[in-house]
Design a protein around this ligand. Structure first.
Ligand code: NAP
Length: 264
């Protein structure tokens, strides 16, 4: 599939020789990211629970891609995905902690404790699992970059999203913690807050009808290829100024840095 970003196509950064692992690569931002990183020359391991989808996407990308079934809530599955990248492609340079859920949307007083905890297992522990599994492999390469997909919900509260806001806020703190502890060994960590993106997650949000995000028009959302391009940018030295925090694609400066259209 060609990139369909609505942005004039320009080549992304040269990531030849790099190996990337993308969680939640079966659709949406993760799928677009896997395709973009591969188009930039990286070898890519696609991880998600929907095995048929990641196998199909990996086959479409070609020899430089591999698929591995992975529930990020389980540390051993994430560690297996990192090992797969190392065995298949020789190491790990880039980890994109993208897997995430927003459902079930519910006010705290009506929320289901098990479902709330499941969101923590995926959105927060899943990111920790990726970081914890990747660091030893990145040390072997002399460094690497970890990109955590953040959200405006990391810093703004929204009705019905307590699980999502709390986990994204915690992920931002993880980004800062990895930067504090591992930047000295050339392991970079940066968050990407993409704004609203036209993916299945926005269909779930729309169906909930709960807060102002659910009232947005589909045309308000950016295509998933835009955050994918931002992730490619963050893999380069030019992205270093965002290390230890979130780059927001709502920012005109960030859009310009990536080469995306600037918001009005
Ligand atoms: P999406 O289309 O719903 O895709 C979510 C991806 O996460 C799927 O590939 C899904 O794969 C994977 N996933 C969910 N649970 C998983 C688990 N337990 N283990 C492994 N993979 C899992 O959503 P999206 O919009 O692309 O979201 C991607 C990321 O961007 C999320 O972190 C989300 O919070 C963030 N984000 C999205 C928006 C937006 O407007 N869309 C805005 C800000 C931030 P399987 O179901 O196959 O496992």
């Amino acid at each position: 599939m060609a990139e369909q970003s609505g942005v004039p196509h320009s080549n992304g950064p040269d990531l030849s020789g790099k190996v990337a692992l993308v969680t939640g690569a079966s659709r949406g931002i993760g799928e677009a990211t896997a395709r973009h990183l591969a188009a930039c020359g990286a070898s890519v391991v696609l991880a998600a629970r929907s095995t048929g989808d990641i196998e199909r996407i990996a086959a479409e990308i070609g020899d430089k891609a591999a698929a591995i079934a992975c529930d990020v809530a389980a540390f051993d599955k994430v560690a297996d995905a990192v090992s797969h990248a190392v065995q298949r492609f020789g190491g790990l340079d880039i980890l994109v902690n993208n897997a995430g859920v927003v459902d079930p949307v519910a006010r705290i007083g009506e929320s289901d404790p098990d479902a709330w905890g499941r969101a923590v297992d995926i959105n927060l522990k899943g990111v920790y699992h990726g970081i914890r599994a990747a660091i030893p492999a990145m040390r072997q390469r002399g460094g690497g970059v970890i990109i955590n997909i953040s959200s405006g919900a990391a810093t703004s509260v929204l009705e019905g999203w307590s699980h999502y806001c709390a986990t994204k806020a915690a992920v931002l703190m993880l980004t800062r913690a990895v930067h504090l502890e591992h930047a000295g060994e050339n392991i970079r960590c940066v968050g990407l807050s993409p704004g609203t993106v036209a993916t299945d997650m926005q269909k779930v949000i729309k169906a909930s009808g709960v807060n102002p995000v659910s009232k947005l028009e589909w045309s308000d959302h950016i295509p998933p290829e835009w955050p994918a391009r931002a992730i490619g940018f963050l893999c380069t030295a030019a992205g270093r100024s965002y290390d230890g925090g979130d780059m927001s694609l709502r920012s005109a400066d960030a859009r310009r840095a990536v080469g995306l259209p600037v918001p009005d």
